[in-house]
Ligand binder design. Structure first.
Ligand code: 5RP
Length: 223
């Protein structure tokens, strides 16, 4: 099976976590796009969704699914999203699609995080994938130096020759060269640096379930 087929498989498998009548949290990315496409078959039986990005909002609305603001609703039963890496404890690196801040907010509002991913995303230790960090632009230079002191290399993410601007009007630095042996410790430390909006390590908003697509089909991991 191709990676695209595996994404379709886990996107469809995630439907079993969607309770009829509920409002669900929806993430961002190519795997979640497969989930959104599958969700169209349930559009008449769910109340709607809270979305983590402008891109997912547009896709949901185009399929006739009502999108609520996060601030309009209380707790969500489930949040379904992809990951750039996930470890055996359910901790993740996220933000490859630059939506990490809203993803973390919607995840925090949800009782259960169901991660959907193909098996290339499962790792022993987080850090092979560059860690995205959303930053307030005036702090970028200092934050880059702080990552340097940790042994990492932080590079501002670019788009069309300019720093990428997130849905929140901020920039992203991608940090390579880190081995994140202690995800909660790393997340706690970087969260305290002035100018950091969100660090793309999800240890406090980790997954409770991962639907992992591989050659043998979908494997369910629980954490
Ligand atoms: C977006 C994300 C995505 O979940 C992550 O990048 C995985 O994306 P994909 O499903 O396209 O591989 O965190 O900010």
């Amino acid at each position: 099976m191709t990676q695209d087929e595996l994404k379709t498989l886990v996107g469809q498998a995630a439907l079993q976590y969607v309770q009829p009548g509920s409002i669900i949290g929806v993430g961002t990315g190519s795997t979640v796009n497969k989930f959104i496409d599958a969700l169209a078959s349930m559009r008449g039986s769910i109340a709607g969704a809270v979305s983590s990005s402008v891109a997912s909002t547009q896709r949901l609305q185009a399929l006739g699914i009502k999108v609520f603001e996060a601030a309009e609703v209380d707790e969500l039963a489930v949040y379904i999203d992809g990951a750039d890496e996930i470890d055996h404890a359910g901790c993740m690196i996220k933000g490859g699609g630059a939506a990490l801040t809203r993803e973390k907010i919607v995840a925090a509002q949800s009782r259960q995080f169901v991660c959907i991913a193909d098996d290339s995303k499962l790792v022993e230790t987080l850090g092979h994938f560059p860690v995205p960090v959303e930053v307030i632009p005036m702090a970028t230079r200092r934050i880059t130096r702080q990552f340097g002191a940790l042994g990492g290399l932080a590079v501002v993410r670019m788009k069309d020759g300019m720093p990428l601007v997130t849905d929140n009007g901020q920039h992203i630095v991608d940090v390579t060269g880190l081995k994140i042996a202690d995800p909660p410790g790393f997340e706690s430390e970087v969260n305290q640096w002035p100018g950091v909006v969100t660090v793309g390590v999800f240890a406090f908003q980790k997954a409770q379930v991962c639907l992992l697509g591989g050659p043998g089909g979908v494997k369910t991991m629980r954490f």
